[in-house]
Design a protein around this ligand. Structure first.
Ligand code: TYM
Length: 327
């Protein structure tokens, strides 16, 4: 039995990419020995945000995680900012990380490119993520492909910290799904599907109503030619639809491709499969959203549990680097 942990950033509404690449696997893994899932609200401060919208998105993210199947009786569900140990360990790790290695993070390069204002927080973002993970002696971090480099950095920081200061931190590893590790935008199938895209036309949201899902899938960009074939290089649009359909029905894109000979049929089946997966999640979301006090109680209990574990690791790390016990 392993300890697993993963996080969701409330910078926008939860997307189908989040669900297929990460969230649905968290649901499968919550019966591990220990499972921690957090809404990383502090990470959402690294790019431009509006406080009122952030507040709403934090709650929406936590509700989506539960609606998708995370059960607070079986896992620890909490908000990052409720556990102050995250920012404190992040500082110790910032002093362990090098400027050069953080400069090489592709997500930093992508998110900072062409921006007029780049926060220092965006630069140190992966170190806070490392702290999220390393506080809980985590073995496995289930994430989509885009987070693999950050988990690799986390491993490097843990190894470096341990070699400098003694055996304090557990070195985790990323678990990335075989299918749908990088769901693409339906309008621009070479780009990752994301809620921060300029237009939502190519991004399916977990809470999109059925008719919106149908419309977005119907208008998805396909490729020249007419053949349905899984070939991400030559046919990125069709391959993305095949990936989505395969993930939604628990099969493989190559196998799904054999069942369709026309783009129109593939789109119809994809929309139907998505609606079948998302409708029950949306119904559960509405139930949970109707009782905000229950969500608060769940998050409070999660924060208590997380704090009790994080405070022990942080004390160990403080002591190892030579900080005195707190007065
Ligand atoms: P975030 O919030 O961008 O995404 C949450 C999870 O969803 C996955 N994901 C995708 N998977 C497949 N296709 C896509 N189009 C797609 N878009 C997103 C992500 O890979 C991720 O697993 N830095 C993290 C949050 C974080 C974290 C952590 C994760 C903070 N601390 C500690 C793990 C452990 C992020 O921004 O994920």
């Amino acid at each position: 039995m392993a300890t697993v942990l993963s996080g969701l950033q409330p910078t926008g509404p939860v997307t189908l990419g989040n669900y297929l690449g990460a969230l649905r696997h968290w649901v499968d893994e919550q019966d591990q020995d220990q499972a921690y899932f957090l809404v990383v609200d502090l990470h959402a401060l690294t790019v431009a945000f509006e406080p009122g919208r952030l507040r709403a998105l934090v709650t929406e993210s936590a509700l989506c995680m539960m609606a998708a199947g995370l059960d607070p009786e079986r896992c620890t569900l909490f908000l990052q900012s409720d556990v102050a140990e995250h920012t404190e360990l992040a500082w110790l790790l910032e002093c362990t990380a090098s400027f050069g290695e953080l400069s090489r993070m592709t997500q930093f390069k992508d998110k900072s490119a062409g921006q007029e204002f780049v926060s220092a927080g965006l630069f140190t973002y992966p170190v806070l993520m490392a702290a999220d993970i390393l506080l809980y002696d985590v073995d496995q971090v289930p994430v989509g492909e885009d987070q693999r480099q950050h988990v690799e950095l986390t491993r490097n920081l843990a190894v470096r910290f341990n070699s400098r200061y003694g055996d304090v931190l557990t070195v985790p590893e990323a678990t990335v799904p075989k299918v749908a590790a990088r769901v693409k935008d339906l309008q621009e199938p070479t780009r990752k599907m994301s809620a921060s895209a300029a237009s939502m036309a190519g991004t399916i949201l977990l809470l999109d109503p059925p008719e919106v899902i149908e419309r977005k899938v119907k208008r998805a960009v396909t490729d020249t030619g007419t053949e349905v074939r899984f070939d991400p290089q030559a046919k990125p649009g069709v391959s993305n639809l095949l990936t989505i359909l395969a993930a939604a029905t628990g099969t493989e894109p190559e196998a799904v491709a054999k069942d369709y000979s026309r783009y129109g049929d593939l789109k119809k089946a994809t929309a139907e499969a998505l609606i079948a997966v998302l409708e029950p999640i949306q119904a559960r979301y509405r139930e949970l959203a109707a009782d905000p006090a229950a969500t608060d109680a769940i998050l409070a209990k999660g924060a208590d549990k997380a704090r009790s574990v994080a405070s022990v690791t942080l004390a160990r790390a403080r002591d190892a680097v030579g900080l005195l016990p707190r007065h």
